[in-house]
Design a protein around this ligand. Sequence first.
Ligand SMILES: [Zn+2]
Ligand SMILES: [Zn+2]
Length: 171
Amino acid sequence: MELNVATELKLAGTIGHSELTERFTDLELNGRQIVLTEPVRVDVSWSFDGDGFTLSGTLSSAVLMNCTKCNDEFIEAFSVDFTERFLRVGEAEAEELECYPYSGDVLVLDKMVEDLVLLNAPMYGLCRPDCRGLCPICGTNLNNTQCSCTLPDEGNPFAALKELKELLKDD
Ligand SMILES: [Zn+2]
Ligand SMILES: [Zn+2]
């Protein structure tokens, strides 16, 4: 994803605006695969202040997730507002200054897009607010089917212990 900034580079203070859309391949963060189900959309304004570029706008896409309760796959859209700096420096220096490097009259946005996605894509969630999850006994997805398992005392963790105590008392 690139921005041609030749015009703004010649005329400091001029504000450029663009809406960019590009499909990004799957990204990885700490071993977690982030699958984007929609192209990344970036709505961005930028200007050159004589020193570097300030970009601000909104990035949006959608990510494939697994429900934390029933493990079903679902798609969650997300969007994030951002403001980032681009300076004409080397990569190492850019990292130190917490900005992105550029050269010539083109800003390459790929690294910025990847960072924004990795930092802002939702990681945990429910497939729907009232997800019923899985039956703890047989593993049936209770959103789809009702199994015939009966939970002791409606999921009270102390119920089993109480039953055991009763049994011991009888002996
Ligand atoms: Zn679910
Ligand atoms: Zn069950």
